[in-house]
Design a protein around this ligand. Structure first.
Ligand code: ADP
Ligand code: MG
Length: 463
């Protein structure tokens, strides 16, 4: 699980920490530079003051240092100060003899230099001044060194570092803290959203309040609302379906009960009993048909089945076979039941049981709603790479404004005088959809009646 907090914090610190390090390095360099600059200059001034006191007497370098100047040179509250004056031949004149010889290779008379060295295990900074002795009885240069230990410089560096780095460090820490808190506060509306959702009853699918949530969260809330409204729609559909189905089941059951009671009560007339039993038989038939249809619907529900068993199906063979088995029904109404197909490849990928269900429902409707002596023709034709299956009749037809509605579950056109439950075409459409096929109701070419066409995609080619 990713934490927004951690992610943001990381994104913030990733560039800030290197910047901080660069800042520290720069501060360290500057502090050292300026501390050396300041204290080296004062060492040089002391060397100059010392040079002022140098005299040459009969070719020898001497220094005449008054006591006050001497004290000033030696005393400092933080550091040890050393000095040394050497003559033109390097001979020691005065000061601290152990002060190391300067590492300057080619000194120029009248110039001064700075360097660091070690003395008694301590680090010292040294200023050296080469005093020209030209025009005196001695020749060459006198070497004047003034040195001090580095604790003043160190503490100055430390102070500068603290002054520069501490605020930067503080800034980073405060920024991190603000991100931490800010993310918490920014996500607080999500908490209230969660509360709103958890406190809801599972029946309440009313949309969540979008206006109260922050702009960034709104798309999510809207998507959720959208899902909930779709869920509500599906739920309502299912509720309606269950209500319709139970109503449809209850009516024939009530009929069965009544007829059974009549038959039981009848004691004289066996013809009445026969009549009641006949009713019972018809009701039972209708009921079992309804139950079979409901089961088919449940089976093809895309939510219930993972995937269809898609096999190569010879649609011509299947249709011909089913048509043949419906001939007795057609004969009973003296209907001319025909089958037409050109010599073609009608191999499609499909589920044989479902396809059978589809064809049966179409033929059943055609024969059922076409009056005596009618005409029902089943035809197959290849259109490009597709296969079109049509069932055409010369019955009453379906008015154009009802051609969409007849696909709804339990929808029936009243006044046909036929039994049914209104699930047939719903089943047909669902099976067609599961095969990627499209369904169309057209006018029949017989003047009256309908032509129900299903177009299956992509025939399977023979290898
Ligand atoms: N071939 C047809 N000719 C005329 N009307 C039809 C035809 N097929 C279906 N219908 C109408 O469509 C309605 C829905 O059909 P269907 O879903 O099969 O349910 P059922 O046949 O159980 O009533 C039928 O009630 C009928 O009015
Ligand atoms: Mg039907």
């Amino acid at each position: 699980m990713i934490s927004l907090r951690r992610k943001l914090l990381f994104k913030l610190l990733a560039p800030l920490l290197p910047l901080l390090l660069i800042g520290v390095a720069a501060a360290f360099y500057m502090a050292n530079h300026y501390a050396s600059l300041a204290y080296d200059r004062s060492l040089f001034r002391a060397a100059l003051a010392l040079a002022d006191q140098v005299e040459v007497v009969a070719g020898d370098v001497t220094v005449d240092l008054p006591q006050a100047a001497f004290d000033m040179l030696e005393y400092d509250k933080d550091d040890w100060i050393y000095y040394k004056v050497s003559g033109s031949h390097g001979e020691f004149v005065t000061g601290y003899p152990e002060l190391p010889i300067p590492p300057i290779v080619k000194p120029v008379a009248g110039q001064h230099y700075y360097y660091t060295a070690q003395l008694d295990g301590k680090e010292i900074s040294v200023a050296v001044f080469y005093l020209s002795l030209k025009g005196t009885s001695a020749n060459g240069v006198a070497v004047i060194q003034v040195a001090e230990t580095t604790s003043k410089r160190q503490s100055m560096v430390n102070e500068i570092m603290i002054g520069m780095v501490l605020p930067q460090l503080l800034m980073v820490v405060i920024a991190a803290m603000m991100v931490w808190r800010g993310v918490g506060r920014g996500l607080a509306p999500l908490d209230s959203l969660r509360e709103e959702i958890t406190s809801r009853s599972d029946r309440d699918l009313a949309p969540l309040n979008v206006a109260d949530s922050p702009k960034e969260v709104q798309p999510m809330v809207e998507a959720m609302n959208d899902l909930m409204s779709r869920l509500e729609h599906t739920l309502k559909q299912q509720q309606r379906f269950v209500a319709d189905a139970s109503h449809q089941l209850r009516t024939p059951l009530a009929g069965l009960k009544t007829q059974a009671e009549i038959a039981l009560r009848e004691q004289q007339d066996p013809e009445q009993v026969r009549h009641a039993l006949q009713h019972i038989l018809t009701s039972s038939d209708n009921l079992s048909h309804l139950i079979a249809q409901l089961l088919t619907l449940a089976r093809i529900d895309p939510k219930a089945t993972v995937s269809l068993q898609m096999d190569p199906i010879d649609l011509e063979q299947l249709t011909r076979e089913i048509t043949a088995s419906w001939v007795p029904n057609a004969l009973a109404k003296r209907i001319d039941l025909g089958f037409e197909a050109q010599e073609e490849n009608y191999l499609i990928a499909g589920d044989a049981i479902l396809l059978r269900e589809l064809i049966i429902n179409l033929i059943d409707n055609a024969i059922r709603y076409t009056p005596m002596d009618g005409l029902v023709t089943i035809s197959l034709q290849a259109v490009d790479s597709e296969v079109e299956l049509c069932v055409e009749d010369n019955g009453p037809g379906i008015p154009p404004e009802k051609r969409e509605r007849v696909f709804e579950r339990f929808y029936r056109i009243l006044g046909t005088g036929e039994d049914g439950c209104g699930l047939g075409l719903a089943i047909v459409r669902e099976i067609a959809a599961r095969h990627g096929a499209t369904m169309q109701i057209k006018d029949s070419r017989h003047g009256t009646g309908v032509r129900m066409c299903i177009r299956f995609p992509a025939r399977i080619e023979f290898a």
